[in-house]
Ligand binder design. Structure first.
Ligand SMILES: Cc1cc2nc3c(=O)[nH]c(=O)nc-3n(C[C@H](O)[C@H](O)[C@H](O)COP(=O)(O)OP(=O)(O)OC[C@H]3O[C@@H](n4cnc5c(N)ncnc54)[C@H](O)[C@@H]3O)c2cc1C
Length: 457
């Protein structure tokens, strides 16, 4: 679930911070990476640990393979196949499970709060903060989920950004069915519990709706036959159409597929307020739900909001960088040669790219190459970053998908089974470790043969 850390991000630097750095001797330069997502983790993998003393700071000790989270949320894949442990690289890397609260640019330290609880013998409610010194710093802290300040969303909706969110959603879906099964439930209560609402018609909302549809029409139709008929999936969006970034023909294909599969799409609908088990939609009034999944884009990370002296984009969601991904001073406009920003918390001045794993991953690999060259030759002059668009994919359920790409590519925009094959092969190829390259197809195969696991524990 969304973790709001505004208070800690406002925490000023105080001398009570304890200073730590790697225990290794410092003939190597200290590279500190903030975040272990699509920006931080591929960088951690790619950077030459023989030349850099690498420290990663992240509140999770794993990397989320986000494109597979919707599959995990319905049991098509097991949770462990969509994450990679950050500690795979220890002892070459020092990893702290902690939040970076703020950056002290003068002292070149980051100020952190452990993301682990205080030890049981401590009488402090918060664990001791600490600082880390850097020679080179990479900011890859990503973004938060956007709620537009709509009351009740943070409290009563589920987000889908982390494997923990996928687990909470899976538990809730099963809970809704078991609750609805109770003999004490009225038909109205059953329908309310089995009303699954998704707010946000972007690729994440659409893929979750599709995966949920597969679960309802495969396993739940067999194991809860009377209830599966009552279940309803609805996608809400304020925009006039879903999948705004996809080509119009593909959007129409997705809409037709969803309409045939019984997934409702309510565009130009505004959610005004959310309460426990119900939301209030301007065009519909009160809508009871069993599960509400919220996926309406990105809000700035509080760490990025706490940075005031660097250039940001319109709306101040992301740090602006030059085309070598170095951050830029807000007043002097000068690029900082020792600090980079990548992923959802960064944009290149004049070349705004979508906030996707594809972009974050390409920037991370570019930066790893630069850092490896800089370690051998501090005067290395790098080429600017160039994004190679490999197209966009979205799963639509029932072994169908859409694939959008530039017209001049060999394989043009595709829909249906061919796109589904591309979708599966793309994510199988992108899966990072050998372990997950074995686990992901294995779970696809096992669930195809035996069905998804529907136990709740
Ligand atoms: C469900 C879902 C499906 C997606 N599917 C696709 C897809 O199919 N294709 C695609 O291209 N993109 C997809 N995306 C988008 C993609 O995941 C993001 O664009 C990508 O994760 C951005 O990478 P990032 O490293 O900037 O941020 P993240 O991957 O979000 O990582 C940010 C990291 O920073 C850490 N962090 C946050 N705050 C702090 C702090 N204060 N201190 C230290 N660490 C911090 C976080 O814990 C995390 O480790 C999807 C996103 C979601 C949520």
């Amino acid at each position: 679930m969304l973790r709001v850390r505004l208070s800690s991000c406002r925490q000023p630097y105080t001398p009570s911070f304890r200073h730590f750095s790697s225990s290794r001797p410092h003939q190597k330069q200290r590279l500190v990476i903030i975040g272990s997502g699509w920006g931080g983790y591929p960088l951690l993998r790619g950077v030459d640990k023989k030349h850099w003393d690498v420290t990663v700071v992240s509140p999770t000790n794993y990397f989320n393979f986000t494109p597979l989270l919707a599959s995990c949320a319905v049991g098509t894949l097991e949770f462990r196949s969509a994450i990679e442990p950050v500690r795979r690289y220890t002892p070459q890397v020092t990893a702290y499970q902690a939040w970076c609260d703020s950056i002290d640019w003068t002292r070149r330290v980051i100020e952190c709060t452990p993301a682990t609880p205080s030890p049981p013998w401590s009488d402090k409610s918060e664990p001791d903060k600490f600082t880390l010194r850097w020679d080179k710093l990479v900011i890859a802290a990503g973004a938060y989920s956007q709620t537009f300040g709509i009351p009740g969303v943070k409290e009563h909706a589920h987000f889908l950004k982390d494997v923990k969110d996928a687990r909470a959603i899976r538990t809730r879906i099963l809970e809704c069915f078991e609750q609805a099964m109770q003999p004490t439930m009225s038909d109205v209560e059953r329908r309310n519990l089995l009303n699954f609402c998704i707010v946000g018609g972007g690729p994440t909302g659409v893929e979750f709706a599709a995966e949920l549809h597969d679960l309802l029409h495969a396993e739940f139709a067999v194991h809860y036959p009377s209830l599966a008929k009552l279940a309803k999936i609805t996608i809400y969006d304020v925009a006039p159409s879903i999948l705004g970034s996809f080509n119009r023909n593909l959007v129409e294909y997705a809409e037709k597929t969803f309409s045939r599969d019984g997934i409702s799409i309510l565009t130009s609908h505004h959610v005004e307020r959310v309460e426990a088990g119900k939301m209030f939609v301007k065009q519909q009034g009160e809508v009871p739900f069993g599960l509400l999944v919220w996926s309406t884009g990105l809000a700035p990370n509080p760490l990025i909001s706490s940075i005031t002296h660097l250039k940001k984009d319109v709306g101040a969601k992301s740090l602006l960088t030059n085309d070598h991904l170095n951050v830029i001073g807000a007043t002097d406009g000068a690029a900082d040669p020792d600090v980079w920003a990548i992923g959802d918390c960064a944009q290149i001045t004049g070349a705004i790219l979508p906030a996707t794993a594809q972009v974050a991953n390409q920037k991370a690999r570019y930066l790893a190459k630069i850092l490896n060259k800089l370690a051998r030759n501090p005067d290395h002059q790098a080429q600017p970053f160039k994004f190679e668009n490999q197209g966009s994919l979205a799963y639509l359920g029932n072994w169908k998908a859409i694939y959008d790409t530039d017209k001049d590519k060999l394989l043009g925009p595709e829909s249906g089974r061919v796109a589904w094959l591309l979708w599966r092969s793309a994510y199988f190829t992108m899966t990072l470790s050998l372990r997950n390259k074995i686990l992901v197809p294995m779970y696809w195969f096992l669930n195809w043969i035996f069905g998804r696991d529907i136990t709740r524990f």
